[in-house]
Structures are given as C-alpha cells and as structure tokens.
Write a protein that binds this ligand. Structure first.
Ligand code: ZN
Length: 432
C-alpha cells in the first residue's frame, strides 16, 4: 500500500494522546476502546503527485470512510481525479462551502482544536471569501479554473503587517505586506485542504492548488517605493547632510549611487562596480545610457537609458580607483568588491531606516527596493514589459511578470492612454 492511514491527534484529543502522535486503525477491542475522534490523515507516495504526501487529511474521522478515500486516491494515483468523468453537479456558493468545511472541522465535527480552527477561519473568512466578493466569484466551481486558484492564493497578505515592526507603532497607512515563506506554505496546505474537501463533495472537478509550487522560483510580488516614500529618502539625505552627519562629498556619492539604481534599475553589485566606460551615448536617439551586461550567460550587453540628472551626479564625483583602464566611482577597483558592496548596502539600509522615522514605508525596503521602484515606475509609465525585462537583465519576461505583475492595472491604464495618444483620443461617444 502506497499510503499509510493514521490518526493525527490534536491538542483537543478526547483520549489525551499527545499532539501529532500517530495511532493506526484498531485491530482489537482494546485498541478500539482507546480510539478517539481525531482527524485521520495519510502519508505516502502517489505516482502523479510531485511531492511525497504528508499528513493529508481524509476529511473524516471514521476509519471506513478514510479507507475508502485512501483507496480512491490510490486508484487515481493522485489526490484528485486525473480523468474526471462528469461536470460537478451542484452549484454551491463559496460562502456555503466555507461554512460546511468549518462545520466539519469544528467542535461538532473533527474538533481539531481552537488554534487550528482559528487558522481555517482566517483562511476562509478573511482571505478567500473577501477575495471572492471583490472579484465577483460566487460559486466554488470558479476554482476549477487554475488561474482563479493562483490569483486567489497570490492575494494572501499579512493581516498583521505591523506586529513585527519594532518601534513603529501605531503605524499609519495600512500596509500590504506579503506573507512570510513559512506562512505561505502553511496557508497553501490549508487552501489545498479546503479545495480537496470541495472536490470530495463533488463541487469541483480538480484541486488546482496541488500544482502550486513554492520555494525557489516562486513568483513573489516585489514592491518599490511610492513617490511620497521616495521623496522621504531624498529628504533624509539632505537632512543628514545639513546636520553634518554626512559630509558634502559622501552625501553626493550616496545620492549618486541611489540615482543609478533608481533610474537604471541596476543591482547594487553592478552599481558599485560601475566604471566610466559604461556611461555611453544611447544607440537610438539623444542622451546617455548605462551599458550593462544583461545576461551573464549570453554575455549580452544592454543600454539602459538614464536621465541627465544621473549623468550630472556621476560627473560631480571623483573616481575612487582605477584598474585595467577602467575608472570606478563607487569602489577602488582593488580588494574585494563584495566588501564594498556590503558597505554600501549597510549605508543604504541606514538611510532607509532614517527616512522612515516619521512615516514607515508600506513595504520593507532594502537597497534592492530601488530596482523594484525603477521596474514598477517603468511599467506604470507604459514601457513594454519586454523592454523592462531586458533592462533588468531577467532571463525571461516571465520573471518580470511574476515580480511586477501586480503593477498591471496601472500598466493597462497607461497602455490605453498611449493608445489614445497614438490614435487621437478616446471615442467621443460611448460604444454601443
Ligand atoms: Zn486523538
């Protein structure tokens, strides 16, 4: 048998078994008397599932029902039917499906314990149901669309964004903070559990959440600075310069490095190692660009346009060092580049902390935030995602879309504006 069935005891176990302790199906009268009502879960391998299955709930606390479910999974070689025979029969609403699940898990059902139940309440009534209301999703059957499942999952945000931010309470604007990796993993498992229940009830054909992969390469939204937050940073540089905490030269240097990252999207390691041969004329049209190795693998060079302000800021600096005919602005060219990069990262991190003293940013910020700010501002201005992807040196536009897809609405608006500008304004009469 590929799957092992066992009870996974909860804190609320009526027989007092330790939490997460396993007991197997009773084989004699004594074992039957010692049995409890904790959820029956399975562990093992199924050929069509990419990962080994661990503690997957059978959604029942009855051994015969659990055995039937496990046998069905083994026949499918998966947790959902790979060849669904028919359409789901019943159109049940998301809210109803949520209520039914909670009823099954709660005190009169599996009685999974207050803490575990609380997590399901959050998932269903603070994440899934509100998202469905916002997106006009009424029936559970909408989750037969993999995009709906993915979008819903990606919408999960930290509901207590300020809880772990020391010394910044009470925080003002409600921040949108992504879930930690551990939370995403846990929420995904619970989301899968609920969808599996819906499949089991015949409301859904397939559990598309099983295909969501976490870990390396997971699409995670990246956030840049808003214009107001950006202004706070430039103000902070001015403030520490005026206070004499930063001398005039160091101030110009810090500002120039930030400008390079903000207006060319360079990674801090590339920005610190920038040399004078990389400041070039644009290939198409007037003005300056920064020439950067876009792809280490393909050795492809790309010219990212930059503003006059960036060029002036660089020209106002002395070179720190020279090597092989290349003159560097932000490091000596000798010694470890990583050390210089780390020092700069520290300085920018300190700057960002200072900029948030009166008003914290909506998202955690690091030196990398400049790059996100560049990307998002370019997309919002209507620059083609293929171009932005090339400038950032992403391996594919899929990466760019995964990171900055949330900026899409603004991008669409900008594209429509560009369309109107190209073709002479929006239609005067509403189209019937
Ligand atoms: Zn138990």
């Amino acid at each position: 048998m590929a799957l092992t069935l066992y009870r996974r005891h909860t804190r609320a176990c009526t027989k007092g078994y330790a939490q997460n302790h396993r007991t197997f199906r009773p084989q004699n009268a004594a074992a039957r008397r010692a049995d409890c009502q904790c959820p029956i879960v399975v562990a093992g391998s199924l050929r069509r599932e990419t990962r080994r299955i661990l503690h997957v709930s059978t959604e029942t606390n009855r051994w015969d029902a659990a055995t039937t479910t496990a046998a069905r999974w083994e026949a499918w070689e998966a947790l959902t039917d790979p060849t669904p025979a028919s359409e789901p029969q019943e159109h049940i609403t998301v809210a109803e499906a949520a209520d039914r699940w909670i009823a099954l898990k709660g005190p009169h059902g599996e009685n999974i314990g207050a803490a575990a139940l609380g997590k399901y309440l959050v998932l269903l009534y603070q994440r899934i149901v509100p998202w469905c209301v916002d997106h006009g999703v009424q029936f559970v059957s909408a989750f037969d669309n993999p995009t709906t499942v993915m979008d819903c999952f990606l919408s999960f945000k930290n509901l207590n964004p300020h809880r772990n931010r020391k010394g910044q309470s009470p925080a003002p604007a409600p921040a949108v903070v992504p879930l930690s990796d551990a939370m995403r993993r846990a929420e995904l498992e619970r989301f899968r559990g609920w969808l599996r229940f819906c499949v089991g009830q015949g409301w859904l054909r397939e559990n598309h959440a099983m295909k969501i992969k976490l870990g390396r390469g997971t699409p995670t939204a990246k956030y840049g600075l808003t214009p107001d937050e950006e202004a706070q940073v430039w103000d902070a540089i001015e403030l520490i310069t005026n206070r004499g905490q930063l001398d005039q030269y160091n101030s110009r240097e810090l500002r120039a490095l930030c400008l390079v990252m903000r207006y060319a999207g360079l990674r801090i390691s590339d920005a610190v190692a920038l040399d004078h041969t990389q400041l070039v004329r644009r290939e198409h049209g007037d003005g300056y660009a920064i020439k950067i190795m876009s792809q280490q693998k393909t050795k492809e060079w790309v010219r990212v346009p930059i503003t006059r302000e960036v060029v002036d800021a660089l020209h106002a600096l002395n070179f720190k060092g020279e090597r092989d005919g290349r003159k560097f602005w932000f490091y000596t060219g000798n010694g470890e580049r990583d050390t210089a990069v780390n020092n700069w990262r520290e300085r920018i991190s300190t700057l960002f902390k200072l900029a948030q003293v009166d008003r914290p940013f909506a998202h955690p910020a690091s030196s990398h935030t400049w790059r996100h700010t560049f990307a998002i501002s370019m997309l919002n201005a209507g620059v083609d995602v293929k171009m932005v992807s090339r400038w950032l040196g992403h391996a594919s536009i899929r990466v760019t879309e995964a990171h900055y897809g949330h900026a899409n609405r603004a991008t669409h608006v900008a594209s429509e504006r560009a369309y109107d500008a190209a073709l002479g304004g929006p239609p005067q009469q509403p189209v019937v």
